[in-house]
Write a protein that binds this ligand. Structure first.
Ligand SMILES: Cc1ncc(COP(=O)(O)O)c(C=O)c1O
Length: 372
């Protein structure tokens, strides 16, 4: 946040800043989705919907899983939420009581540990490194699970590392957590932004997980605040009651826009954007490695590269701050994502044009040759 604020301040002063710190697509929402939102407004769709979301949207999400992954999901198990953020809050509120804990990867998406804390529960940060592609696995769950653990949370692809959990590893994790009497929460918010390998959903492997998704990233709708979650049938009623009390209902206009987002015709454009992200990754990854950043696990999803920068510094936060001041390149320091070896890492987001990325790499190269 310090870096973001400083980058904005420098931009306001007229300096050209390379924004490689931004965790959302640079593309605006597609016209067809925007028009569906406008159409909903023109039809005065301005009232609350049910807390679980519009019936037709829940059905459309079920159809989407059917079409994309041949996974048959009962729409009753699908809950429309205000972004993946809303879903993460519901999942943690539903599964954990005060004093309970959830296992999650360090480095990982920072809000999860704060959500747990706000809800009077705890996050157990499990240090992960390149040897497990920065993901939890069954062995780590065995090691870190304690008598107050109720859930484990993974994200595939991951923020900040862009790495995936292979299906086999996810199935083992799911089994291990079940054996412990807990639930696995799988955050699939970057689903659709997967390169090189076939995309999959945890729902193809099990009906026992909490599976979280969002219209923010692949669908390019961050500002619409709309996502969803699929839960085992047993939890549907409690989630409904928590949702009613926390926020009443997800945004109505966004739900109508989301119906358009799920249509096969919209996906042609969304896949074109995914291909553009892949092109950027294919440029940035070798370029950073050539500069001396160590990236040993190939990031195959999302739009992030988590790079080891210890060749240049043992304090990535100060290094990132100096890089911004001197060269106008904004990155996110490892400390944003946890404690484990955080000062040796920084995150690059390729949410800028290829041209911007090329210029940013030149700026970083100058910074390094000047001795940082
Ligand atoms: C891993 C992960 N989960 C959840 C979120 C929340 O996203 P949203 O609430 O926009 O769907 C983010 C946002 O960056 C994320 O990176």
């Amino acid at each position: 946040m310090d870096i973001l604020a400083r980058a904005k301040a420098l931009s306001a002063q007229g300096r050209s800043i390379y924004h490689l710190e931004i965790g959302e697509p640079d593309f605006a929402t597609t016209d067809s989705i925007i028009n569906a939102g406008i159409e909903a407004l023109n039809q005065y769709k301005t009232h609350y919907t049910p807390a679980m979301g519009l019936t037709e949207l829940r059905q459309a999400i079920a159809d989407y899983y059917d079409r994309k992954f041949s996974a048959h999901i009962d729409p009753q198990r699908i809950i429309v939420t205000p972004g993946a953020s809303g879903a993460l809050q519901l999942a943690i509120a539903c599964l954990l009581d005060a004093g309970d804990n959830v296992l999650l990867a360090d480095p990982g998406y920072p809000c999860n540990r704060n959500i747990a804390q706000i809800l009077a529960s705890e996050a157990v940060a499990v240090p992960v490194a390149a040897d497990t592609a920065y993901q939890l696995n069954a062995k780590l769950v065995e090691k870190y699970w304690n008598d107050r653990s109720r859930a484990a949370l993974v994200a595939t692809p991951s923020n900040p590392t862009g790495t995936l959990l292979p299906a086999k590893q996810l199935a083992e994790l799911c089994q291990q957590v079940a054996q412990k009497g807990g639930r696995l929460i799988v955050d699939e918010i970057y689903q659709g932004l997967v390169y090189d390998v076939e995309d999959y959903s945890a729902l193809q492997l099990s009906d026992e997980c909490f599976v979280i998704n969002s219209f923010s990233k692949y669908f390019g709708m961050t500002g619409w605040r709309i996502g969803w979650m699929v839960v085992p049938e047993f939890y549907v009623d409690s989630i409904d009651r928590i949702a009613q009390n926390l926020y009443l209902a997800p945004p109505t206009i966004s739900q109508y826009a989301a119906l358009q987002a799920l249509k096969a015709e919209t996906q042609v454009e969304l896949d074109r954007r995914r291909d553009e992200f892949k092109r950027r990754r294919d440029f940035l990854l070798p370029a950073l490695q050539q500069l001396g950043f160590e990236i040993t696990v190939k990031p195959q999803g999302a739009f992030y590269i988590y790079a080891n920068c210890e060749r240049f510094t043992d304090d990535s936060f100060s290094w990132v701050k100096l890089l911004l001041e001197k060269q106008g390149v904004a990155l996110t320091p490892g400390i944003d994502f946890g404690q484990y070896r955080a000062n040796k890492y920084c995150r690059f987001a390729y949410t800028q044009s290829l041209e911007q990325l090329e210029q940013a790499v030149d700026k970083i190269a100058d910074f390094i040759t000047q001795g940082s």
